[in-house]
Design a binder for this molecule. Structure first.
Ligand code: PHE
Length: 437
């Protein structure tokens, strides 16, 4: 009931108006896919660790963090959208499921760790399709040095080595972010020469990583691997970048990174140090390297999935079968004052997605706004114009969603899907003040 505290991994958290973590989400915590040695996520994690072999490797930190760790320590402003109840899972006002591995940077620096990789499960509320899942895995890499102990000279020596290795490799790096720019400046506390050395060390390290991961697979026709660097912004790094890799003809965004802000290092009690940090998403990379077509497969317990992978090997997944899909449509009127009320009260699509995930679990492949008048499916953005119908008299808004049900492991019966859909409609009606049409 409402009054009982949430008990997660043996600790109890009093519920409050922030509590939005569902049993379905909490049931994922013990899975720890990144620790499974012959699971694609575990295999990829180890390959990245091998690239940073001299770093400390931290892999078993609890996903429950404070809002302070996840946001405040990193300088996220109080009104940052990532903090919204619609985007993150909260146990209560103080505790949440981490949304990124950066949540552990400050505490790790505080412990005196200088070079470390940290892999972990992270949680974000999102839409439902083949590449989004509310739990995924990230790896954080950090490298800080003490300039008074010759740290910058060491980075320079390593830069020279990495630079010449990259020059000999079959890689084309497009990097228009070369030096600082007006939109992506060095920190005012930094000597520009030193900031440039750190940024170059970050870029060399990550270009080397990308080459190791994608090179052997992209190299089929002897074509060079193509990588590009893009300016970005993160509250705790400056300058900041994103990296994209061209793979099978598509640019794939794989990581965010930057030179760590001195504010974050000072908060960790190591204001005398300087360095860089990156965070990358393992599922995205694993989906392309292992040819895994649906993100739900990572969570499959089916032997036909699990038995295909071997420790230490990146191999191509062979789909064992594609079971038939089953469509259901649902149209409803939104609550009257949708969008105008206080945080947590307004209709939000992610709340709807949460109920769907809670009832349908991994049997739902996608939920998209759809046009009920013809059979086309639209990407949710395009569809918005068609499927957000406003009643001319009552001004009420209507939504129509198409559900695609498909199991990864077996055929679903129509009765089974109807049962799920009925329960779901009941919950949506009761909990979200919508009126089914
Ligand atoms: N945590 C960021 C994300 O999830 C990535 C990042 C890590 C950016 C470290 C900068 C430094 O998008």
């Amino acid at each position: 009931s409402q009054a009982e505290p949430l008990v997660v991994e043996g600790t109890s958290y009093p519920r409050d108006e922030y509590t939005n973590a569902t049993p379905t989400i909490l049931s994922k915590l013990p899975r720890r896919l990144h620790l499974q040695p012959s699971h694609p996520i575990g295999i990829l994690r180890k390959q990245i660790e091998a690239h940073f072999s001299s770093f400390a490797h931290l892999n078993s930190i609890s996903p429950i963090v404070t809002v302070q760790q996840n946001f405040d320590d990193l300088g996220f402003p109080p009104d940052h959208p990532g903090r919204a109840l619609t985007d993150s899972y909260y146990l209560n006002k103080q505790h949440m499921l981490r949304t990124h591995t950066s949540a552990h940077e400050v505490e790790s620096f505080r412990k005196g760790l200088d070079q470390f990789l940290l892999s972990a499960d992270v949680y974000r509320r999102d839409e439902i399709d083949r590449s989004h899942y509310p739990v995924f895995h990230q790896m954080e890499g950090c490298n800080v040095v003490d300039p008074a102990q010759g740290g910058i000279e060491r980075l320079e020596r390593e830069n020279a080595e990495m630079r010449s290795a990259l020059q000999r490799a079959n890689i084309v790096i497009d990097d228009p972010t070369g030096d600082e720019t007006a939109t992506n400046p060095y920190q005012s506390e930094h000597d520009p020469r030193v900031a440039r050395i750190i940024a170059e060390h970050l870029k060399n390290s990550l270009n080397g990583l990308v080459l190791r991961l994608f090179g052997p697979n992209a190299d089929k026709q002897g074509e060079p691997l193509q990588v590009r660097w893009i300016e970005a912004t993160f509250p705790w790094t400056a300058p900041s970048y994103e990296v994209e890799v061209l793979f099978n003809g598509k640019w794939l965004e794989i990581l965010g990174c930057g030179v760590v802000r001195q504010e974050a290092l000072a908060r960790s009690g190591v204001s005398h140090k300087q360095g860089w940090a990156f965070g990358l998403g393992l599922e995205r990379i694993a989906m392309v390297l292992f040819s895994i077509p649906d993100i739900r497969l990572f969570w499959s317990q089916d032997d036909r999935f699990l038995s295909q992978f071997r420790e230490g090997e990146i191999s191509t997944f062979k789909p064992y079968s594609k079971y038939p899909e089953c469509y259901k449509d649902l149209a409803f009127w939104l609550p009257e004052r949708a969008g105008e009320e206080a945080v947590g009260k307004a209709w939000h699509e992610n709340d709807f997605m949460e109920v769907v995930r809670d009832e349908a679990g991994d049997l739902v492949e996608g939920v998209q706004l759809s046009d009920p008048t013809n059979e086309n499916l639209f990407s949710s953005r395009l569809a918005r114009q068609i499927d957000e119908f406003t009643h001319p008299k009552t001004k009420r808004q209507s939504r129509c969603y198409r559900f695609t049900y498909r199991s990864m492991d077996r055929s679903l019966s129509n009765e089974e899907v109807n049962l799920i859909q009925d329960r779901l409609v009941e919950r949506v009606t009761n909990e979200m003040q919508v009126e089914v049409r």
